[in-house]
Ligand binder design. Structure first.
Ligand code: PEP
Length: 256
């Protein structure tokens, strides 16, 4: 049984003392679920505080984005190198909210992935189809295209790890997740594409595919029991320590 990877994306919703309190509560409440790998992704300004709040625990730190250069004249951008030195080990890249509101393109996302690897971060590449793509039968095409845009030509060393998060865009924040069966079917398409891009040993040992989109304590097990679902990316349900802990407990119970 694999240990579920559970990534909490706090988005721009938790700040200051609230972030510290939530991190401390998460440390305490999830301590007994040792078999889960739990990553908290606060906003940039909360990284240092959350890093110290989770110090000594098994929880890990992640960021919600990074720039594609390590340093330079890029006003307002965040260096992946700086994230790493703050203690982040993961970075979410290509979230649909950034693709939509900040016009992030496949080319930008690809550069971010490569730079994240260079500095030692594990990228969490988000891909997902829109509602209209799904209605038009273009779901798989859209996902395969996003994977190629981000990953073509990428070689992983033995030490490097990559996470692909499948997040149907129309499901995020809706309270209506897709079914476990649909997630599994889609993950199989993603996995097959990853086999086209990487050696089989890399896909089997170094890549994980997680599901995101309205995951909650009640539905998480239907995802984590699926053979190709290695964990979940959680937005809304990660903002309350009690709800998040119930989700972690259910994911661990169901296994991966
Ligand atoms: C997300 O934004 O990555 C996400 C999964 O959000 P939610 O769980 O709220 O749908």
């Amino acid at each position: 049984m694999k240990s579920p990877l559970i990534i909490a994306n706090w988005k721009m919703k938790v700040s200051g003392d609230e972030a510290l309190t939530l991190a401390r509560q998460a440390v305490k409440a999830t301590a007994k679920y040792k078999s889960a790998e739990i990553v908290l992704c606060p906003g940039f300004t909360e990284l240092a505080g959350v890093a110290s709040a989770i110090k000594g625990s098994s929880l890990k730190l992640g960021a919600q984005d990074c720039f594609w250069e390590e340093s330079g004249a890029f006003t307002g951008e965040i260096s992946p190198q700086a994230l790493f030195s703050y203690g982040a080990s993961y970075v979410i890249i290509g979230h649909s909210e950034r693709r939509e509101h900040l016009a992030e393109t496949g080319a930008m996302i690809r550069k971010k992935i490569f730079t994240a690897f260079r500095v030692g971060l594990v990228p969490v590449l988000c891909i997902g189809e829109s509602f209209s793509q799904r209605q038009e039968g273009q779901k798989e095409v859209a996902l395969i295209q996003e994977l190629h845009q981000a990953l073509d030509g990428l070689w992983l060393t033995e030490a490097q790890r990559l996470v692909v998060a499948y997040e149907p865009v129309w499901v995020i924040g809706s309270g209506q997740a897709v079914s476990g069966d649909e997630a599994e079917h889609t993950h199989q398409v993603i996995k097959q594409t990853l086999y086209d891009l990487f050696p089989a040993s890399v896909v089997q040992e170094q890549l994980r595919i997680i599901y995101g989109g309205s995951v909650d304590p009640e539905n998480v097990a239907q995802f984590t029991i699926q053979p190709t679902v290695d964990g979940v990316l959680v937005g809304g349900a990660s903002l309350d320590a009690t709800v998040f802990t119930a989700l972690v407990a259910a994911a661990v119970k169901a296994g991966c």
